[in-house]
Design a protein around this ligand. Structure first.
Ligand code: IPE
Ligand code: IPE
Ligand code: MG
Length: 235
């Protein structure tokens, strides 16, 4: 990419459109999720090459449990299979974090998630956040509970509560806020993604479905981001 282009520090990506991609091909929805997982892998590598500090992929929301059991089971087994076999976190220098309420997971999947987080904790490359059973509102509720506990135990006073403290109690603790949120599939909403962190993020939507998303599409999104004029409330 052109050297005059500003590369963002953190991009949030809502991986959407898997179902529609499959439907267009008369395939089961889970075929779309499978192809989507491959694209996730390639775009992660590309984010590494671009030199991002963080990238966050929205993989499963707190609301996605509402889907038919067959689809949810399919996504969970795909995830497990993927974390065991295909996910090349061994080769890349990424710190991997799973953002979300892990209490919904158990057994092998939870062990895998914890294992990957522990093994990659000291890496100094890009932070790869995978949002699983993630909800922005749920995250804010959790942060509130943590802070309330600290007030109750006398560790902090109510007057000490500030924005930094809230940020430090989010799953993304220590990471820069996203510069932009990217949503393929043509939808123009956040769907409960990174609510706290996106206060000043640019929102970029694209008409391509996630399983068709390419490195070139990410280039295009970064160019669009470069054309935006962020003011953060100033003039
Ligand atoms: C995103 O694709 C993947 C998940 C939410 C797990 P969708 O499954 O939402 O695809 P569409 O929106 O139905 O096309
Ligand atoms: C958001 O997509 C969640 C993920 C991509 C994981 P959805 O497809 O669930 O969002 P809505 O239902 O269209 O808002
Ligand atoms: Mg969708």
């Amino acid at each position: 990419m052109d050297s005059n282009i500003r590369i963002p520090k953190h991009i949030g990506i809502i991986m959407d459109g898997n179902g529609r991609w499959a439907k267009k091909r008369f395939l089961p929805r889970n075929a779309g999720h499978k192809k989507g997982a491959e694209v996730f892998q390639d775009i992660t590598r590309y984010c590494n090459e671009l030199g991002l500090e963080s990238v966050t992929f929205y993989a499963f929301s707190t609301e996605n449990w509402k889907r038919p059991e067959e689809e949810v089971n399919g996504i969970m087994s795909l995830l497990k299979e993927y974390l065991i076999k295909a996910f090349d976190y061994e080769k890349e220098n990424n710190r991997v974090l799973f953002l979300g309420d892990k209490s919904a997971f158990s057994g092998e999947l939870l062990d895998l998630m914890n294992d990957i987080e522990t093994k990659t904790a000291d890496r100094d490359g890009m932070t790869l956040n995978i949002a699983l059973n993630y909800g922005g509102r749920d995250e804010i509720v959790n942060a509130t509970k943590e802070i309330a506990k600290n007030v109750r135990s006398g560790k902090i006073r109510i007057e000490d509560i500030n924005e930094k403290m809230l940020s430090d109690n989010m799953y993304t603790k220590g990471q820069p806020d996203p510069d932009f949120i990217l949503r393929p599939s043509g939808e123009k909403r956040l769907s409960n993604f990174l609510l706290w962190q996106s206060a000043y993020a640019e929102f970029i939507y694209m008409d391509v479905l996630w399983p068709d998303f390419t490195r070139k599409d990410l280039d295009e999104a970064i160019l669009e981001f470069n054309r935006r004029n962020r003011r953060f409330g100033g003039v």
